[in-house]
Ligand binder design. Structure first.
Ligand SMILES: CC(=O)SCCNC(=O)CCNC(=O)[C@H](O)C(C)(C)COP(=O)(O)OP(=O)(O)OC[C@H]1O[C@@H](n2cnc3c(N)ncnc32)[C@H](O)[C@@H]1OP(=O)(O)O
Ligand SMILES: O=C([O-])CC(=O)C(=O)O
Length: 369
């Protein structure tokens, strides 16, 4: 029996998100409704608590996120010490690991402390991602403001300016769309890690490392690289023909679970269209659509969440190497929800391997080899 990639294997039970007949839900609510009507903070509360928040609960969450979003000064010193060309995902992985050392709750495994840790990590990860760019640009690191939403704060901490409504709404929707996705590779990694009763920081560090690869979250950066390499709509055909000839995978297409399309992609395509038009970057959308048409026609593959998010983020002026870290900011909501769920009913995750190595043989002393 081939178990390559654990395709089709049901490895756990979860009440957080579901993908059934191509429909994605968070805690039973269709992602389409959440993307259209909810805020990221509401989704965060929903993922953690299995209920939408009341006005008071939502306001408290917003306040807590702003308060907890301030980085310890030691972390800022650490971030300034890294080589300038370090990839932001490596910085993020390292900084989240270091944050454990400044969290008084780090080794308290009570449910209350774990929920506090989830909030602490969620709040700080946005500040860290914005700070990665600020450090690179030699700018002062900013902290969140209590009057801003989570999405507004991210843009404010990144640019130093009060963000406009369109940019904030776009980031908010992107955060909602990327928040959780059943047992994707990074979420699975986080559950395996905390299944040993390692703490939440260890679980999130595993997840960040797993998200970074181009077959998973790293695909959004790779899509942008491809769009930039193609450069003009008229180059799409020759670029893709060459990729097909050399059997290169086209980033942002295909999916292990969705075979009739990723329900998140339509929102990102629509955001990409309006934002690229608004920001004078329509060409990136046109190149994307041409790629989409050709891949669908020639390979029968459809765009996943990573494809149109690239041109969406690019039109907002976000650096290409921050695309996957932004995915991590959003997915931290799902990772932490899954970690809390794993702790609530834990059993060590330890599958078996089918042995296909050498037959049983004797040890040969070194002088006889
Ligand atoms: C947030 C996310 O993680 S979404 C996914 C992000 N990743 C990407 O966009 C990377 C590109 N896509 C891929 O590599 C894959 O489609 C994955 C990793 C998403 C899913 O992988 P799997 O379920 O293992 O499918 P697998 O890679 O076996 O592909 C099945 C077939 O479709 C082909 N295929 C799948 N995706 C692509 C692609 N993007 N470009 C070209 N061919 C592809 C494979 O070459 C394979 O063909 P074969 O049977 O002739 O060998
Ligand atoms: O579910 C997956 O395999 C990948 C994915 O789309 C995600 O993590 O959002």
């Amino acid at each position: 029996m081939s178990t390559a990639g654990l395709e089709g294997v049901v490895a756990t039970q979860s009440g957080i998100s579901s993908i059934i007949d191509g429909v994605l839900t968070y805690r039973g609510i269709n992602i389409d409704e959440l993307a259209m009507y909810a805020s990221f903070e509401e989704v965060l509360y929903l993922l953690w608590n299995d209920e939408l928040p009341t006005v008071e609960e939502l306001n408290n969450l917003k306040k807590d996120l702003a308060v907890q979003g301030v980085l310890p000064p030691e972390i800022i010193v650490l971030m300034k010490s890294f080589p300038r060309d370090t990839h932001p995902m490596a910085i993020l992985r390292t900084v989240v690991s270091a944050l454990e050392m400044y969290d008084p709750d780090a080794y308290d495994m009570s449910p209350e402390a774990n929920l506090r840790k989830a909030l602490n990590i969620q709040a700080k990860i946005s500040t860290v991602v914005a700070a990665i760019q600020r450090v690179k640009e030699g700018k002062e690191i900013l902290s969140p403001k209590s009057e801003f939403t989570f999405a507004e704060n991210f843009l404010y901490m990144l640019t130093g300016e009060v963000p406009d409504e369109i940019a904030s709404k776009s980031i908010d929707t992107a955060l909602i769309l990327h928040a959780d996705h059943e047992l994707n590779a990074s979420t699975f990694a986080s559950r395996v890690t905390v299944g040993t009763l390692a703490n939440m920081y260890a679980g999130i560090v595993s997840a960040i490392g797993t998200l970074s690869g181009p077959l998973h979250g790293g695909a959004n950066e790779a899509v942008m690289e491809m769009l930039e390499e193609i450069g003009e709509v008229e180059n799409v055909e020759s670029h893709l023909s060459e990729a097909f000839r050399s059997k290169k995978k086209i980033m942002g297409f295909g999916h292990r679970v969705y075979k009739t399309g990723d329900p998140r992609a339509k929102f990102l395509k629509s955001m990409s269209k309006s934002l690229t038009t608004l920001k004078g970057k329509k060409k990136m959308y046109e190149i994307s659509v041409k790629i989409d048409e050709m891949i669908t026609r020639e390979k029968g593959l459809l765009p996943n969440v990573d494809f149109y998010s690239a041109s969406t983020y690019d039109s907002l002026g976000i650096a290409r190497d921050l695309f996957t870290p932004i995915f991590a900011v959003s997915r931290t909501s799902g990772w932490t929800a899954h970690i809390l769920e794993q702790y609530s009913n834990n059993r060590l995750i330890r599958p078996r391997a089918e042995y296909v190595g050498s037959q049983l043989r004797s040890y040969v002393p070194i002088e006889d080899r």
